[in-house]
Design a protein around this ligand. Structure first.
Ligand SMILES: Nc1ncnc2c1ncn2[C@@H]1O[C@H](COP(=O)(O)OP(=O)(O)O)[C@@H](O)[C@H]1O
Ligand SMILES: [Mg+2]
Length: 462
């Protein structure tokens, strides 16, 4: 029987520059029911990392990946990561839509908009994948990198970033005039990708590099929303420091302001020192690839991440035991710094000479300083708060941390060491919070209070 759909299949191509040289990775199709991807035969012979960890070329080979579309994933998860989340106030989405509107493209909300956005925001963004409408567009884009040029951030840039950021009734066209069709970054806080001198932030900015740029460092720049999250940049910087002191790899960062708006510029770990893209993928993308039940960036548990690290036939983290200890440490440090927001999009994996490992720390912000984010953890761990086995009390913090350690395969002494060490590293955290300059008193006091209580409870577990 013949059937005719009521919509044309959409096609795009995926390229990558991760070897330093642009190559076509494969073709992407979106049908009424599925998203599909096929590797190029030439790409398969290159033996480079592919679309995502679990979509490894050596596994997929010449087959076509077919994933039924759902309300949560129209695209394969690594591709979906390139589309800024839906929501009319999403800054990144607004930037791209305003750019499209200027070019006379005004897609309907929903898939049509996402598809148009993907064709613009899908290249030069975070990670190693570049999506284009077709090969000609790809070749043209790679052949015309912008000059590695820096602009002084001064009044005469002729745009009001400040107005753009209180964007509710503004459009982003002026910002776009300056920074061009901006590659986007997913997430909630307004941010853009820029480059700065490799000597550090000095108020000069340029477009993200698209090739070797010896004098430039690629950064993610986050703009502080003074009304919703006053003091957040300084708070994020403090949390980055703590993680560094705890032995984690942490990117360089610079706190500054751009025409009165506080900015936090963080060096990108998805670009190497030669500005070449590095394979990176969020745990959200990796786990959602393997498990169709994952619908949100928090719909999983830390215990289940441990199981996935252990059981996955493809390495999610190559040094499995070490990865699980790192995960445990990240969670305990989050608890002790009042960050309840360590979700699947705030954990990413990179490939380092074929080894899958956690990326440097990013977004460890103590979000509990802000009342609307005051929850102990957005993802479950160790049955915390659950009523299990007919007990009349929910599982407490001490027990749930021990449960998690057990589920992650840590010995009791390894668990104790993680907790002990994390308590030590965060010893002066509340004092450092009280010394912050831009976080309002109320937020400081709330955060300090919250953290002191968690500390007291965690101390009981050792
Ligand atoms: N330093 C970095 N290098 C490379 N990618 C980054 C870096 N920081 C953040 N990202 C990517 O950008 C996304 C959004 O950044 P994040 O700091 O989590 O912002 P938000 O506060 O909006 O969640 C992350 O999920 C991650 O994929
Ligand atoms: Mg984040």
């Amino acid at each position: 029987m013949q059937s005719i759909g009521n919509q044309r299949d959409r096609q795009a191509v995926v390229w990558t520059r991760q070897s330093g040289k642009p190559v076509k990775m494969g073709r992407l199709y979106l049908t009424e029911s599925d998203c599909r991807f096929t590797y190029e035969l030439d790409y398969l012979s290159l033996q480079q990392p592919g679309l995502g960890l679990l979509y490894a070329p050596e596994i997929v080979q010449e087959s076509t990946i077919i994933r039924p579309r759902t309300e949560f994933f129209d695209f394969l998860p690594p591709i979906q990561s390139l589309v800024p989340p839906k929501g009319e106030h999403n800054f990144q989405r607004k930037l791209v839509l305003a750019y499209l509107a200027k070019k006379g493209i005004q897609p309907n909300n929903g898939l049509e908009a996402d598809w148009e956005i993907l064709k613009i925001a899908g290249h030069g963004a975070i990670g190693h994948l570049d999506v284009f409408e077709n090969d000609d567009k790809a070749l043209q884009w790679y052949a015309t990198p912008p000059a590695a040029e820096l602009f002084q951030v001064t009044e005469d840039l002729g745009f009001s970033l400040k107005e753009t950021l209180s964007w509710l009734d503004q459009d982003a066209s002026e910002l776009i005039n300056i920074i061009g069709p901006t590659p986007s970054v997913g997430g909630a806080i307004p941010k853009i990708l820029l480059s700065i001198p490799d000597t550090g932030w000095d108020n000069r900015i340029g477009l993200p590099s698209r090739g070797p740029a010896p004098q430039m460092t690629d950064v993610v720049v986050k703009f502080e929303q003074n009304t919703a999250y006053p003091g957040i940049n300084e708070l994020e910087a403090l949390a980055l420091d703590i993680h560094k002191e705890a032995g984690f790899e942490v990117p360089n960062y610079w706190l500054s302001d751009m025409r009165g708006i506080p900015v936090l510029a963080v060096e990108r770990f998805d670009r190497n020192t030669a500005n070449t893209p590095v394979f990176t993928e969020t745990l959200y993308s990796i786990l959602a690839t393997g498990d169709a039940d994952i619908t949100h960036h928090y719909s999983y548990s830390y215990d289940a991440i441990g199981t996935a690290i252990d059981k996955s036939p493809m390495d999610i983290i190559s040094q499995r035991k070490q990865g699980k200890i790192q995960l445990m440490k990240r969670l305990v440090l989050s608890l002790l710094t009042g960050n309840g927001d360590l979700h699947l999009e705030n954990l990413s994996v990179k490939l380092n000479q074929g080894e899958a490992e956690f990326t440097p720390v990013y977004d460890p912000t103590p979000m509990r300083a802000y009342a609307i984010h005051n929850m102990i953890s957005v993802m479950p761990f160790g049955d915390y708060g659950e009523m299990i086995n007919n007990r009349d009390e929910p599982v407490g913090l001490t027990e749930s941390i021990q449960n998690l350690a057990k589920h992650l395969g840590l010995t009791p002494s390894e668990a104790t060491e993680v907790i002990h060490f994390s308590l030590q590293v965060t010893e002066s955290f509340t004092e450092r919070v009280s010394n912050l300059k831009t976080l309002p008193e109320l937020n400081k006091n709330n955060l300090i209070d919250i953290v002191n209580k968690v500390r007291a409870r965690i101390k009981q577990s050792i």
